[in-house]
Write a protein that binds this ligand. Sequence first.
Ligand code: GTP
Ligand code: MG
Length: 301
Amino acid sequence: MVEIKDQKFGYVSIIGAPNAGKSTLLNALLGSKLSIVSPRVQTTRFRLQGIAMLGNAQMVLVDTPGLFSGKSRLDRAMLDAANRAYQDADILVLLFDLRQGVNLDLLRLLPAHGTTKQQRFYVLNKMDLADPARINAAEKAIRQADEGARIFVISALHGHALEPLKQALIQAIPTAPWLYPAEQLSDISERLWAAEITREQIFLQLAEEVPYGIYVETEKWEDFKNGAVKISQIIVVSREAYKPIILGKGGTQIKRLREAAQAQMAEVFGREAHLFLFVKVRPDWQENRQIYGEMGLEYNS
Ligand SMILES: Nc1nc2c(ncn2[C@@H]2O[C@H](COP(=O)(O)OP(=O)(O)OP(=O)(O)O)[C@@H](O)[C@H]2O)c(=O)[nH]1
Ligand SMILES: [Mg+2]
């Protein structure tokens, strides 16, 4: 047990472009799959907190939606979630995909950018896909903007070179008592987590714009005496045309979604899971205030 006087606690927000690998990094630092990941942009929709114990430090790792200047209400709420995470952080991890290079202008999308003075770690991700020249160019671009910048080159996916980053984070975290029990992984509700697991499968399995037009809601959660859980969810789609795509021929597509999500749920919740999926059309779900509340997003008019 670490004595209270030796405890460190703080918020580390992971900020960056869509698809930079923010959620992958959160999972890697946490040592657990918490945040959903896909090859598509705008997978993460809200601020998600993972609670990591590293040495004597408890850090709340905050995953955020990718910085993107969309015009819809949901796009604006996602950017706002990133902005709040930026503002509230003790330490900022600015994450870049080495293949895209370093675009610091993206940070200007955040109203809080430049108004706060936290420590910043610049993290260059996907080193497994970049040659040394590219890495050098990225480091140079950062140093031009911020002379004393602390730069880390990693592969979040392969877990390469994470140790120096972890050590630097532990060092930088303020001395303060832990806020959460040491074994707690997140503050996300099981219902929302289950909805995210199904949404991840939709991102992984369905093409083009379909995943962007859906929202998953856990409608019912029933615990059985034998330890099993029955989870009923609604896949809400914005257009009638998406319904047959989600169902697939003879229901084959929704069956694939159900099987993959159910297996994941059994794993993360550590018990037998029975998943039931329903599809509903709600053209205006992106205008529904309650949905924003469930994801902890601001509903701005
Ligand atoms: N090769 C390689 N791929 C990576 C690495 N880190 C992440 N990826 C992949 O990059 C894609 C995007 O990863 P995410 O973690 O979902 O990215 P994100 O920044 O959270 O994306 P949004 O939530 O959409 O903003 C996924 O296919 C990951 O597997 C890495 O170090 N190397
Ligand atoms: Mg993400």
